[in-house]
Ligand binder design. Structure first.
Ligand SMILES: C[S@@+](CC[C@H](N)C(=O)[O-])C[C@H]1O[C@@H](n2cnc3c(N)ncnc32)[C@H](O)[C@@H]1O
Length: 424
């Protein structure tokens, strides 16, 4: 998995190729290795004069991540070394590297404290296990909070549920979980955080659509957009909709809404209908580029009362759930994503009715994909009036508010801006 990520393949692409029975274990191992890859590489730098061949190095760094940072998963150190060396011997691509792997890991067992000594102070990549450019950008964007955000990224994310507002409240569902022996807390009207992650199929009422998985930070979108919309059956455009989490939340809160869910990716778009079907909700799904309304708008269609633009972004706010993202992104990606975000904002704004609201959000912690996009947009669109919205939400910092985590800050990093269209 580490080798694949270094080659540019995401875990989302790699994990489905693993035998289903082995997948949970492989995922836990890959998550841990990628979460601590910066530290593991720095230790490897002290153990080996040269970087080993790529697959051997991936195996070495995976094993080192378990020796230098506590899991899960947890293995007895000698078992771990034996198994890593055995794995190297079994694969033709790593067999020649097995003696080096063995020597490095055994030395790490003997000299762990000395190898780690001074490493964090000397090298921010080892200290935070994120790429240098990422750390520098975060530090410039959030001079007070950057350390907390990076520290939070090293912790596994909690499992948070959204209780279907048509069926129950968060406190009522917490009681239902308690009756089933599952510990959880309500974070707001609809969000519930489980004490321990578990397979969703084992949750009461999941198959029946009583709950869905959605981070607490993502659950802020639908209530913010709906706000005090006064139309009885508002026309809503969800412009970047797959897999449909926020589409479903909008419909749970506003069942009369007429929602159009757009998605550019034909492979992802069926997931919108699948998710809505489990919840017995419906929306019109169109597969199209939201930035090109001429291609998907039908003649005579009315303007929208509300638009949700959950724009494609770096996903830098959800690295706890996707620890590969930090190693997959390149510094130049951020400016390219910002240009896409600008195109989407510019194309969608004319589709909003006067007095209507557009909610722009990204699961990014970088200001280029958040506050800076909205400042630039408002500077060029005098009919765009910013309304109260959370702005940048940072994991490890922004806790305690309604719908957010009550300790350790919010669960994911997000940016929210709400714009109202001034009537002409
Ligand atoms: C952040 S995800 C959306 C998550 C979704 N709103 C939810 O809550 O489940 C962004 C989605 O936008 C889609 N997308 C990217 N560019 C787009 C475009 N130009 N038009 C429509 N969809 C686009 C991506 O394929 C991706 O599925």
């Amino acid at each position: 998995m580490v080798h694949g990520v270094r080659q540019g393949r995401s875990l989302t692409a790699q994990l489905p190729l693993v035998d289903a029975a082995l997948r949970p274990g492989v995922q836990a191992l890959a998550f841990h290795a990628l979460r601590w890859l910066g530290l593991a590489e720095a230790v490897r730098g002290r153990l080996a004069a040269r970087v080993p061949a790529s697959r051997t190095d991936a195996l070495l760094c995976t094993a080192l991540s378990l020796l230098v940072a506590d899991g899960p998963p947890s293995y007895a150190p000698f078992t771990l070394v034996d198994q890593a060396v055995e794995a190297a011997k079994r694969d033709a691509a790593t067999r020649a590297g097995a003696p080096l792997l063995n020597a490095c890991l055994r030395r790490c067992l003997r000299e762990r404290e000395a190898l780690l000594g001074g490493l964090a102070e000397a090298d921010p990549v080892a200290r935070w296990s994120h790429p240098r450019w990422w750390i520098e950008r975060l530090r410039a964007d959030h001079p007070e909070a950057w350390r907390d955000v990076l520290a939070a990224a090293q912790q596994p994310a909690p499992l948070v549920l959204r209780v279907n507002a048509q069926r129950a409240s968060a406190p009522a569902y917490v009681q239902r979980l308690a009756a089933a022996g599952i510990e959880a807390v309500a974070l707001g009207a609809q969000a519930v955080r489980l004490a321990q992650p578990r397979p969703v199929q084992a949750l009461p009422g999941f198959e029946a659509g009583d709950v869905s998985v959605q981070s607490a930070a993502a659950q802020m979108a639908a209530p913010l957009l709906l706000g005090e919309l006064d139309a009885a059956a508002p026309r809503i455009l969800d412009a970047c909709a797959a897999p449909g989490g926020k589409t479903a939340h909008l419909l749970e809160l506003s069942p009369q809404a007429r929602v159009t869910a757009l998605e550019i990716d034909p492979e992802r778009s069926p997931r919108i209908a699948d998710n809505l079907a489990r919840l017995a909700l419906s929306a019109e799904v169109r597969v199209a580029d939201a930035a090109d309304p001429g291609a998907w708008r039908r003649g005579g269609e009315a303007l929208y009362d509300a638009i949700l633009l959950d724009a494609p972004c770096s996903a830098s706010g959800i690295v706890r759930r996707h620890p590969d993202v930090r190693w997959l992104r390149r510094p130049g990606d951020i400016a390219q994503l910002a240009a896409r975000q600008d195109r989407l904002l510019a194309a969608l704004w004319p589709l909003l009715a006067p007095g209507g609201r557009l909610l722009y959000c990204t699961c990014s912690v970088f200001r280029t994909e958040g506050a800076e996009r909205i400042q630039a947009f408002v500077a060029h669109n005098s009919d765009a009036v910013p309304k109260a919205a959370p702005g940048h939400l940072l994991p490890g910092r922004d806790g305690g508010g309604p719908g957010l985590g009550d300790n350790g800050g919010c669960d994911d990093g997000f940016f929210y801006a709400l714009l109202e269209k001034r009537p002409a």
